[in-house]
Ligand binder design. Structure first.
Ligand code: 13P
Length: 248
């Protein structure tokens, strides 16, 4: 299991320190769940100085695929690696919709992350309109196929996918465990077609979208749900830790 917290654009570096400290002090005994804390870039340096537990990863929320250069405002994989960042969220629906990120652009980032030994958490998910038009699987298929194109066979076990139905993000509307399982199983089937069944079984597929302490256990109990990507409920150390505990 992998439980990842996506803080989005919340918390100053100063505020972040106390949240990270509170999380760390509550998970010292937990070794069977991988935990990722993905604060804004401005908290990565202080987060890096605080985290030493092996199963607690520091994560970023985005990166640029080029190694360096004239890309004002961007951050490269090597800059993240230098701060002991282990994973990076890529293709989040907020980046797709507000910042115009395309499947092709996201794919470049995924490949660059893997080349730099960063674990990409590739996000996919349909909008409400797409679900109502029965286009969920078509959208997921396109996002997954384009997102993972060109990944070398030996790097696949480093890949993490996150299914985040857009209509469930920040809305309090969660996919039912059955709805999540249906799409997760479909993603795994796609991965087994693209790579192999053996490889597909190694990819962790997280669910994200209004996951909270009171609904986490039933979602995480689904056979193809290998963890969660948590937004709002990860901003409070106690609720994030409760979700981690429901993955034990
Ligand atoms: P919420 O948990 O706030 O719905 O956000 C989910 C998400 O977008 C995580 O990346």
């Amino acid at each position: 299991m992998l439980i990842a917290g996506n803080w989005k654009m919340n918390k100053t570096a100063t505020e972040g320190v106390s949240v990270i400290k509170n999380i760390l002090s509550s998970v010292q005994q937990i070794t069977s769940v991988d935990i990722a804390i993905c604060p804004p870039f401005t908290s990565l340096a202080s987060g890096s100085a605080l985290i030493s537990q092996e199963n607690v990863w520091l994560g970023a929320q985005n990166m640029h695929h080029e190694p360096l250069g004239a890309y004002t405002g961007e951050i490269s994989a090597s800059m993240l690696k230098d701060l002991s960042v282990s994973c990076v969220i890529l293709g989040h629906s907020e980046r797709r919709s507000y910042f115009g990120e395309t499947d092709e652009f996201i794919n470049k980032k995924v490949l660059s992350a893997l080349q730099n030994h960063l674990i990409p958490i590739l996000c996919v998910g349909e909008t409400l309109e797409e679900r109502e038009q029965n286009r969920t699987m078509e959208v997921i298929s396109r996002q997954v196929r384009k997102g993972v194109a060109g990944i070398p066979e030996q790097a696949i076990d480093q890949l993490v996918l996150a299914y985040e139905p857009v209509w469930a993000i920040g809305t309090g509307r969660t996919a039912t465990p059955e709805m999540a399982q249906e799409v997760h199983a479909y993603i795994r089937k796609l991965l087994s077609e693209i790579f192999s069944q053996q490889k597909a079984e190694k990819v962790r597929i997280l669910y994200g979208g209004s996951m909270k302490p009171d609904n986490a256990a039933s979602l995480l109990a689904q056979p193809d749900v290998d963890g969660g990507l948590i937004g709002g409920a990860s901003l409070d150390a106690a609720s994030f830790v409760n979700i981690i505990k429901s993955a034990l």
